[in-house]
Design a protein around this ligand. Structure first.
Ligand code: ADP
Ligand code: ASP
Ligand code: MG
Length: 447
């Protein structure tokens, strides 16, 4: 039995948290493979470092080292600390080298922001050893996590990762050693490529896929996958069970508890996933698997995605000219824009995209304005609401109920996407009203 266990930033955010996590690991039966995020705050710090035009390398290295050493000093005795510092200093020297590298390299930001994971994993692995368990700290390089794609938005190469891990990780398990692997990035052409913010969940799913694990556990700071973002809805409740499809839709449309791409690598191998609270390991968490268990309410969970824009492209009778729609969407794809919803009429195509993609898309469509496109309208400041429930498509009147509730909140619906997914109904509202909408839906149909 192999369990892949992923611990997020807050779960490894202090000496105390790392000690708590180590206890969770040793109390888990069977073979364990650990994937960890950077200590909380570290990746944000690294992002700031890369984004600041001038940086004092000595100061950056000092601040970074202090945060980790402060925790290490609380956790280790003198002898362990001395051994730890040898490896720590090697990694720190590499970090400094990276900072002094070529800032114009397209993958420089990936290289710098992925550094935090190298240190949190080292600390956790040393602590397991201090407790008397054999453990090695592996990086994505030494574990064989392979990546493809563009800067800051890599995808794992599942096949290459599986062959890398079979060689590098499986032999450790057969010797009873606990591997602790860096989350967040994989290796493309010998250099780090990150999987997007929050990407350690995805790394762990990729590791579970590569090793044909029996279970993936995502350990975080809440009791499980909840009916809504607990920061918005104070009485959000934990969901006991969900399907892969339900969790995937919610994660994609903004439920931050899982990176948007976590589900696919485990779903294709039918590896069940649990979301659990490292601060309350006695809680069973949420089980995500292929079996559907009907919930009580009309809705199971609601997620929101903010900072979106509706771009409406008008072109006479575009419905009869699919090649024009294809060209427009093709250009958006080349810009690497994610289209969250699309809706067409006789003479318009409306797409929902991230506000940050609007400028480049408008520029790219400019030359089509002479002959194909008549007008482009942009509505910024939009949010998408993703509602997931058991009977959304099969039961008459559910959509009506949802929009009646939205109307009660006095909110205008700007765009609707229904029927594309079996489990979700998505619609777009002005960002300033999204909290009200979620509150009404939650209190009427979930809470
Ligand atoms: P980690 O560092 O462990 O990866 P994250 O901060 O990325 O943790 O994700 C956990 C957070 O996700 C929770 O603290 C919670 O605020 C937020 N969250 C948003 N939507 C949900 C949801 N539907 N269920 C649970 N947590 C959610
Ligand atoms: N440390 C990375 C981040 O903060 C990855 C993760 O936490 O999953 O985005
Ligand atoms: Mg996360």
């Amino acid at each position: 039995m192999i369990t892949v266990m992923k611990f997020g930033g807050t779960s490894v955010g202090s000496a105390e948290a790392i000690q708590r996590v180590a206890n969770i690991i040793i109390n888990t039966q069977g073979d364990k493979v650990i994937v960890a995020s950077a200590m909380s705050g570290i990746t944000n710090f690294l992002v700031q470092v890369v984004d600041s035009p001038t940086m004092d390398v000595d100061e950056v290295v000092k601040q970074f080292a202090d945060k980790h050493l402060m925790a290490a000093e609380q956790m280790f005795d003198e002898k362990t600390l001395a051994d730890f510092k040898v490896e720590f200093n090697e990694r720190l020297a590499f970090f400094r080298e990276c900072l002094e590298g070529d800032v114009n390299d397209a993958y420089y930001k990936d290289l710098i922001t992925s550094q935090g994971e190298r240190f949190s994993t080292l600390m956790l692995s040393y602590y397991l050893r201090k407790m008397g368990y054999e453990s090695v700290a592996l990086t994505a390089e030494t574990a064989g996590i392979a990546a493809t794609g563009l800067p800051l938005s890599g995808s794992a190469d599942l096949e290459m990762t599986a062959s890398g891990m079979t060689m590098k990780v499986r032999p450790l398990l057969s010797k009873g050693i606990i591997p602790v692997i860096t989350g967040f990035y994989g290796i493309k052409d010998g250099a780090p490529l990150t999987f997007g913010r929050g990407g350690s969940d995805y790394s762990a799913a990729v590791v579970a896929n590569a090793l044909d694990a029996d279970m993936l556990e995502i350990w975080t700071d809440v009791d499980g996958f909840m009916t809504a973002d607990p920061r918005i809805i104070k009485n959000a409740i934990k969901i006991e069970e969900m399907t892969f499809g339900e969790a995937a839709e919610l994660a994609y449309f903004g439920a931050k508890v899982l990176h948007p791409r976590t589900i696919e690598p485990v779903r294709i191998k039918r590896i069940p996933l649990k979301v659990r609270n490292s601060f309350r390991p006695e809680e069973p968490g949420t089980l995500i698997h292929s079996l559907r268990k009907k919930g009580k309410g009309l809705l199971k969970s609601v997620a929101t995605k903010n900072d979106l824009a509706i771009v409406t492209i008008s072109s006479a009778e575009i419905a009869y000219r699919p090649e024009h729609t294809a060209e427009i969407i093709g250009r958006m794809a080349r810009d690497n824009a994610i289209i969250y919803a699309i809706s067409t009429s006789l003479s318009t195509v409306a797409v929902l995209i991230s506000s940050t993609d609007v400028a480049s898309i408008i520029t790219d469509l400019e030359d089509m304005k002479d002959n194909v496109i008549e007008r482009i309208d942009v509505k910024n400041g939009m949010s998408l609401v993703c509602c997931v429930g058991d009977d959304l498509l099969s039961k008459a009147g559910v959509t009506g109920d949802i929009f009646t509730a939205v109307k009660e909140a006095g909110v205008n619906v700007e765009m609707i996407s229904e029927g594309a997914s079996e489990v979700s109904l998505n619609f777009v509202v002005p960002m300033g009203m999204v909290m009200d909408v979620v509150a009404v839906l939650h209190s009427k149909y979930i809470g």
